[in-house]
Structures are given as structure tokens and as C-alpha cells.
Design a binder for this molecule. Sequence first.
Ligand code: 16G
Length: 262
Amino acid sequence: MTELSNSFFSAGPVVLPQGGPLYLQLKRWIEDAIHRGDIGAGDALPSERDLAAKVDVSRVTVRKAVLQLVQDGILVQRHGSGTFVAPQTQRVEQSLSQLTSFTEDMARRGMAVRAEWLDRGIYLPSPEETVILGLSAGDHVARISRLRLTGDMPLAIERASLSAQVLPDPLAIEDSLYRHLDKSGNRPTRAIQRIRAANLDAADAQLLQVAVGSAGLNIERTSYLASGRVIEFTRSIYRGDTYDFVAELRLGDSPTTGSSKT
Ligand code: 16G
């Protein structure tokens, strides 16, 4: 057997947690080691053959356990170089009182941001888009869908709809939608945001690199120009394990809090 990569894997005999199929016992053993800090982000796992020999299980059992841990986002596999403990997800705080763009939010934290385009084009509007964007008969809608990432870590999927009069050429957007809108004087100045808990379906979970059914935040933002015209309707899905939305609350001007005039 070749030398095992991490001292944790080369230490004494392995006692798997009891209960359930063998591959789940092995999975729990690895998860527990990560939680205890015996192996940490970026640490390499031994090869399938070495791990099977160490734990005294078949290679098929190791493969099943590792596959599940990869699907759960706990391990990552890099083609040609092996299997590693996934990087710790860094939580991001976003204020609920400032109308900022994703690019600005990330820049303020010194985080490099990028987008993978899932779709962008001009479409016939859905009834919902017609109502929300206040479109007239014959109007078209520009749709842009992006996976938003920092480094290699996906944070959110954003699907935005705007009137095609406002955004006639979605291909012209570079990094930031709001920067693009700013150029034509169409950057929103106010927005209403609705946030709901959601369990991610298979397609969104795969894009966000988390397990199917993981917790997510479903956010709808309707943004307005100073004139009151709706400029953007965006449905976003944020990974629940990476985002904290923070609101500042102030004591309201209610009759019970005002000072007595007597
Ligand atoms: C934010 C907005 C989204 C907007 C985007 C523009 C939320 C939940 N959503 O992510 O509605 O379209 O910023 O970002 O905050 P960009 O200018 O970087 O493209």
C-alpha cells in the first residue's frame, strides 16, 4: 500500500460508526472526521484502492461513499488529481436596505465575481412579465439568466426580465446588468424584494453544486426607476448555506412610542 496522504488516514485501525449499509458507515466516518477537524478543506483523500485497504471494505463501497459525499458538496473530485475535502463556504452578508448590484456587493468585500451565462435573448413575454413590467401588446421582453460565482463557488442563479425597449441587446451586457442600465439612465432607484425559503430542485442544485433538496432562498426583486416605471423583474435562487440577508430595524413612529404632549 502506498503512503496515505493525511496522518488521519494512516492512524490506527478504523472503527466505522455502526448502522446501515457499509458505504453509509464509511460516509459518516469521513463526515465525522471533517466535523472534528481531523481532515480539513483542501486535504486529499487517499486513492480508492488505498482507502478500501485501510478500512477493509471493497472498492465499490468506497466509490459509493465518495460519490455521495461529492453529491453532497462535502468532497470535490478533480480530474486527474484526486478527491479533496471541499473548501469551506464563506457566508456573505447582504444588506436589505441598500439597492446594490451583485457585482457591487462582491466588490465591497474584495471578492472576485463572475457570471456564467445560462441564457440571454429577446422573447415573447409571459402573462406574468406583461403585467409586472407593464408591457403593451406587441412588446417583447429581454431575458437574462446567469449563474453568479465567486471564484469557483456558485452563489446564486439569477433570471431577470426587462422590457426589450430598455434592453434591446442583452448580448451587450458585460459583467454587470446595473452598470449596463446606468449607461442609458435606466438604473433602478428603488426595489421591492420578496424572500422565501425553498428546497432546490435537481437542475438548480446541480448548477449551485449542492445536494438536491438543499435549502435555498428564493428572491424576487421588482425594481423601479425614479419615475415609478418597473425596470426589472428578477427571480434569484441563492444557496442557503452562503448568504445572510441583514436588515436594520428602527423603532417606528407609532403612538405608543411618541412623547406625551401634556
Ligand atoms: C442583485 C439583484 C438582482 C440584480 C443584480 C444585478 C438580489 C437578490 N438581486 O443580484 O435583481 O439584477 O444584482 O447585478 O440582490 P449586476 O449588476 O452585477 O449584474
